[in-house]
Design a protein around this ligand. Sequence first.
Ligand SMILES: [Zn+2]
Length: 271
Amino acid sequence: MRYININRLTLPDGWYARAAAAKAAVEAGDSLDDHADVWRDLKHNMADLFPNEKCWYCETKCVRDDNAVDHYRPKGRVRDAINPHSGYRWLAFDLNNFRYSCRYCNERRVNVKGDTEGGKADRFPLLDESKRVYNEGPCDEEFPVLLDPCDPTDWKLLGCQLENGKPCSTSQDETDKQRVEESIKIFHLHHEPTCKARHAEAVHFVQLVKEAKQLYLQLETELAGHQSFKRKAAEILTAMDRSAEYSGEKHFLLRAERDSRHPWIQDLLEA
Ligand SMILES: [Zn+2]
């Protein structure tokens, strides 16, 4: 996961007026689906915010899939609400509630082998259910359990295990861990084919870091090695670039490689 600045989203001409008209029509009795084109029309603009049509939740490239605009706060019912909740309908046309998502993260699915299941659908748990908002109004008091790619800090909480590519928490804080563990299940981030793909990327990435470390330690004795080290560092940056799959998890793996003999790693993390 990486941070997505949704404020950078460019909109089609007249979009705000269309959204306001749709919201008014729904309040007057129209169904949400009658106006689904209001959010669907932003799909390609949203895809452009994150290179390679990657899902904002799982960072998988979905070039042959039909990605969707997910409503972070569900527009229909909310399964986790303690009282019947007909959805955050007033946010159905609010672009701050839109996330670009693959179908595995967005739709309820069971893996072919039947060993994992997930998909967000109507899930939206809160850390404190008593703060749940049921009617139109600010949701600032709600603390969502689900990691949010549009939150500037959430993305750093999600890492992966080098051993097998399974997603994991990067934090030891109990609340952070709870949020990550629930997010893994609800976004189906432990889906086996995704873990395999993440594992292959992680192993390759850590190998690059090892090679760069060897080259760096040789620099004191071999001036000629500078170019080799720089090329390897550039490869690491490319592999961890926002355009690459699972770049947030690679960022986590690189953070774990920091030590006093390799100050260049911090430079790459901040590049
Ligand atoms: Zn996804």
